[in-house]
Design a protein around this ligand. Structure first.
Ligand SMILES: N[C@@H](CCC(=O)N[C@@H](CS)C(=O)NCC(=O)O)C(=O)O
Length: 241
């Protein structure tokens, strides 16, 4: 059985990390059984110091993209067989946009906006013992601030960051258009990637930011996210692949 090491649920979603959600959403799409192992403590055993990672009967793989490549090679799924080479290239480029750009907009909104800070502190760190509960969040926030600065997103103003986020959301909305899934009426692995980030913007109610309000104005993205959530997380019996 595959163990997926992740943080744990947030609101309606299975994890606050889109990378962890991506792996679970992929497993659910393909029908690969797994066990969730939840806790930030698993960062200490994570091969790359980040979550998710998996343990498949002793084979340990870190990083959501490497995990999905490994699962695809090991379990021979046919999920993307209906995609043309051009569609696969588009899915690849959009995955990079989500993982390397839109993710940082999410990170900024949660960790840097003043009203979200006490909420995040309570949600992510409340189970620590009293003294650590004060110190660890401050260190973690400093680490995220530094990462945002080094990546480059953190050098923009709040307005600019949300403009960048809105451009990515518009591109996703245009790609989805009026289809059920991003590449037609059958799901593919990219739908798991899109769900992983859209769920953070659309299904999580704990945090507030203009970019989360904006995400909820794209009717097709909201419908897609709710449909994927319903089919693969709430009602797995209704899988249509
Ligand atoms: N490229 C990695 C990114 C994973 C990642 O950034 N995970 C974050 C949570 S969203 C993490 O574990 N951060 C903890 C840390 O940096 O200490 C993947 O695709 O899995």
């Amino acid at each position: 059985m595959i163990n997926v090491y992740k943080f744990g649920p947030l609101d309606k979603i299975c994890d606050p990390s889109p990378f962890c959600v991506k792996v679970e959403a992929y497993c659910r799409l393909v029908g690969i059984p797994y066990i969730s192992q939840c806790g930030a403590r698993f960062l200490r055993s994570a091969p790359k110091g980040k979550l998710p990672y998996i343990d498949d009967n002793g084979t340990i793989i870190a990083d959501s993209s490497f995990i999905i490549n490994y699962l695809r090679a090991t379990y021979h799924d046919t999920l993307d067989d209906h995609l043309t080479l051009t569609e696969k290239a588009i899915a690849h480029a959009f995955t990079r946009m989500i993982d390397e750009n839109l993710y940082w907009v999410l990170s900024f909104a949660r960790w840097q906006l003043a009203p979200n800070w006490p909420i995040l502190k309570n949600l992510f760190f409340r189970e620590l013992p009293p003294l650590l509960r004060e110190i660890v969040p401050i260190l973690a926030r400093a680490k995220v601030t530094s990462a945002l600065h080094k990546q480059g997103m953190g050098r923009h103003s709040e307005t600019e960051i949300f403009e960048i986020g809105a451009q990515d959301l518009t591109a996703l909305s245009d790609l989805l258009s009026d289809k059920t899934y991003f590449f037609g009426d059958k799901p593919c692995s990219f739908d798991a990637v899109a769900y992983s980030i859209l769920a953070q913007f659309i299904l999580s109610d704990s945090f507030s930011a203009p970019i989360f309000d904006k995400a909820k104005t794209y009717d097709n993205l909201v419908n897609f996210t709710q449909l994927f959530h319903q089919r693969y997380f709430l009602d797995p019996a209704s899988h249509d692949n």
